[in-house]
Design a protein. Sequence first.
Lengths: 156, 404
Amino acid sequence: MNGEGHAVCLPADIDTDVIIAGRYLRTKDRSVWAEHVFEDLDPNLAPTLMDTVLVTGKNFGCGSSREQAAIALKEAGVVAVIAPSFARIFFRNAINIGLPLIECDLPCTQGDTVKFDLAAGWVETGGEKFTVRQLSPRMQAILSAGGLVEYWRCRR
Amino acid sequence: MSTLSERILGSPAGTYVDRKVERAYAHDGTGVLTLEAWKSMGAGRLSDSSRLSLIFDHIVPANNSTTATLQHELREFAKSSFLHFSDVGGGICHQLMSEGIVLPGEVVVGADSHSCTPGAFGAFATGVGATDMAAIWLTGETWFRVPETINIHLSGAFTGAAEAKDLALAYVSRLGMDGATYCALEFTGDGTASLSMDDRLTLCNLAVETGAKAGMFYADSVTVEYLKALGQSVQPQVAEACEYVQELSLDLSDIVPVVAVPPRVDTVKPVQSLIGLPLDQVFVGTCTNGRYSDLARFARIVRKKKVAVRTIVVPASRMVLEKAIRTGVLADIVEAGCTVGSPGCGPCLGAHMGVLGEGEVCLSTANRNFKNRMGVGGEIYLSSVATAAASALAGEITEPEVNE
């Protein structure tokens, strides 16, 4: 899987309460989550996320298991998230809904283009290429299918 | 020679396994997306409904018509599909799992991050999201990367007013909020013998606050006796010499009452350094500290006194509530001026039953103090039950008195 987007630089240890607050969870309307994503971090961020790659510090997505956090990012237009490390439930959730996560300690300049090729195992920004940690074969298969729902639908 | 995770998952650390799940549970929050994803997978039926639980605990009873409608749909599904269902008032999913359902050696998966809690029984218990849970509904199994293990070696016994929650915050502070990401925590050492099942559940509950996949105790005589009282006959587990990626030694007699200051669970300070901090609310409950022994300890401290600040007490389950009624603990709590909520998660996640206003400060026995979690502009300090009780009486953060 490959893609590109404009970098949005974010700090370390962003928890899922900050990605999407508990007060917005009780709905099936995904546009609500996209509209309020990162509201408690920066209320102006949500509308600027179309075609972006989030480049964050370590431990992105820690805290609650709410899958709405990963869905909110995808619905808001985030193409991929790059971080030195992710919290493990968020990691599974994002891959399960078809949002690529890339483990890499990438320097970030706000707005710069970030390109990635997961099969080839690299990300590129500021004219420099960085090697990324490969996903497990199972996770690659789930991501290639478009998510875990599609993965299982194909197998039945 | 294996760690407990390696033994239960049947494979060495770092390998990937597909594993049948003995118990899988979701709640009213994650259940909505689980049902949606399961339907989208094209499933006609559940893999094995006898192994699946759906437990209403997050917003119970429903706080508005949107929540009520989502819960109604989920409830109708639960009734028609014959899975184990616990409706409003039954209690918190992790607590129900700890009342004779989860047994040593089982693989347990919950659609909630604090599903590491029943690892206290010597089970491999971990949290997932809704779509992973839907796949378990479909197939009865899931994949794991067998985790490396960090050993938390405990010695000694508690002294003074320290309790399991203080120890839990101490290890979270030592490891940091991502210090155990992708790893399991194993609690071992002579110090474990003095810890009750409730203490162990509190300790395993906070494992995820270090990023850990699981927090585990080996089943011993304490586990066997606890489960026997709930009608389950189990054998203790014997630890083998094994390889840990990291060792952390803690002497229980060094533990003092502490508080985690907002907005991070790993920013932990002695209660002594925060004495006098004014409070607007005290909250006692949750999957961390809402068990009977917690309510009893709280009641002993506030008995025949009056709380000086809004204090909300929420039992973790109906079984806890019933016992608190039978023993008079509930009367002590109510007569001290506390407000008692129906069993469940209460205001922990900021949805109802004690949401904070802008600028308000809460001292809570829960496990998370993230920004705005209990209400926009509210701040959350986390403490033990004893610290919460003493502070509720004073209306400000106060050191608990030393246990007799």
